[in-house]
Design a protein around this ligand. Structure first.
Ligand SMILES: *Cc1c(COP(=O)(O)O)cnc(C)c1O
Length: 475
């Protein structure tokens, strides 16, 4: 029964009908993911301009709106939820988290202030404590869930700046490798640092930050009267998955009195696995760490995390309040998230992590991540055995870069050849790979991180790579 006086207040039957109508489309969509094209944006470019419209004054039936979404607008996109999406850093999209969002959004509790929803704030605090446990952090560590890794890197930079530098901080210098994610430099700029104060440190032949070069840069900056203050290491670069030498960097940071930040947005959740722990040994010595649950925990987009080893530092950097605010808790066990975050009102992000962890346990995530590591190793082993293929970056985690390098083709021609090769791989629409440039070389990458990617899909990737190689070489 529609209440014509209050159309925005749905009745019980209306709510059920709306969710069922949407759910019907969602389940059909998800079940068809394995056979959908993996990247298919052309129709989207054509459709998009026709969708621009002025503010609608009248309502329309939901069935037509769902048709528009599921039949026309959703399909022509990067299919980031597909098992064949091995591009960039793959997205996830755990359905459990979507259900958690439905609960969080429809109950719409206020979780930024402990006193407004103590039990729910506690559940989110549990999530942060679990992440701290995964990172090997002590009990006094704290953190906050952000919209993603970029905002998490920025929050870490602001925290370090407030903790270590005076209000006039313009001489502060930040060091990150030439492979670091651009959100580190962007975060530094948005945190108020001059662009010229972000140093690009060269990397070794495994694309890891060179500690010797960093030490020289720090010394040189001190001689020039600048204030070296923060090292931003990577635990899994976006280009090749390289893990910087975290233990040596922690030693250097301690010697020089610098803040060590680790951007583990891609790699961090591999700490759930034994192999990941080995690769990121001593990450717990970092002053701050960024993790991206919407990558390594397979969540839908919209959840990043920043952890700070000295939780009080995160609080000192963000704890302002006002007369119209409710009283804040002065108890470390009662977290007011508004005191640890640049945000005040915000979604209850914790629930989208909490629900799948509670339903399946950490073991289910560990097994998935171990499988991804094994799939990347399998891909590397098989590509290495293929004549005419060169691995440019072996997997340090679940990411590798390679290229065609047939005998007799000059370095100058290889980039163009690999461009055509990658287009042929992707044209088959069973997998989607994206390239990067490694020291000038055009390098297709394979990044395995979707919970839907399994052995069968990796076999398809290898078949399509072999077929594309035959096509471009005319063999
Ligand atoms: C993805 C990524 C980021 C940025 O995270 P967003 O969630 O996309 O904002 C930062 N660093 C690394 C290493 C990444 O892979």
């Amino acid at each position: 029964m529609t209440d014509t006086d209050h159309p925005l207040e749905l009745s019980g039957p209306e709510m059920r009908a709306l969710v069922e109508a949407a759910l019907d489309r969602i389940v059909t969509h998800i079940e068809s993911l394995p056979t959908q094209p993996v990247s298919n944006t052309r129709a989207g470019f054509e459709l998009a301009p026709s969708l621009a419209e002025p503010l609608p004054e009248e309502g329309a039936a939901v069935s037509g709106l769902l048709d528009l979404l599921f039949e026309r607008a959703i399909p022509p996109s990067f299919n980031t939820a597909s098992p064949g999406y091995l591009a960039y850093i793959p997205g996830g999209g755990l359905f459990h988290s979507a259900v958690a969002d439905l609960i969080a959004d429809s109950t719409n509790r206020y979780t930024s202030v402990y006193g407004a929803a103590p039990a729910l704030a506690q559940l989110e605090a549990n999530v942060i404590a679990w992440f701290c446990q995964i990172a090997g952090y002590p009990p006094e560590a704290r953190g906050t869930l952000t919209s993603g890794g970029s905002l998490a890197n920025w929050t870490a930079l602001v925290t370090a700046r407030r903790e270590r530098l005076p209000e006039n901080f313009l001489s502060g210098v930040i060091y990150a490798s030439d492979q670091s994610h651009y959100s580190v430099a962007k975060g530094a700029i948005l945190a108020g640092f001059p662009e010229a104060n972000v140093r690009e440190v060269p990397t070794d032949d495994l694309f890891r930050l060179r500690v010797d070069a960093l030490a020289e840069l720090i010394a040189e900056d001190r001689r020039r009267g600048l204030t070296p203050f923060l090292i931003a290491a990577s635990a899994g670069t976006t280009n090749t998955g390289a893990v910087d030498p975290l233990a040596e960097l922690a030693d250097l940071a301690a010697r020089e009195g610098l803040w060590l930040h680790v951007d583990a947005a891609y790699g961090g959740f591999f700490l759930l696995t034994a192999e990941g722990k080995r690769a990121m040994r001593e990450i717990e010595r970092a002053d701050s760490i960024v993790l991206d649950p919407h990558k390594g925990l397979f969540l839908p987009y919209g959840t990043g995390a920043v952890l700070v080893r000295d939780g009080e530092a995160l609080r000192r950097a963000h704890s302002l309040t006002a007369d119209y605010m409710p009283g804040m808790q002065n108890d470390p066990d009662r977290v007011d998230f508004s005191q640890y975050s640049p945000e005040l009102s915000r979604p209850f992000r914790g629930l989208r992590v909490w629900l799948p962890f509670k339903m399946h346990g950490a073991g289910a995530f560990r097994a998935q991540l171990e499988e991804k590591l094994a799939l990347a190793r399998l891909a590397a082993d098989r590509l290495r055995a293929m004549p005419g293929i060169e691995i440019l970056a072996e997997p340090q985690l679940s990411l590798l870069a390679f290229r065609l390098a047939p005998a007799g083709v000059s370095e100058g021609e290889l980039n163009e050849l690999n461009h055509r090769f990658l287009d042929r791989v992707n044209a088959r629409q069973r997998v989607y790979l994206t390239p990067t440039r490694l020291r000038g070389r055009f390098a297709p990458r394979i990044c395995v991180l979707s919970f839907r990617t399994h052995r069968e899909r990796m076999e398809m990737a290898l078949e399509d790579i072999a077929a594309a190689q035959r096509e471009v070489l005319g063999a």
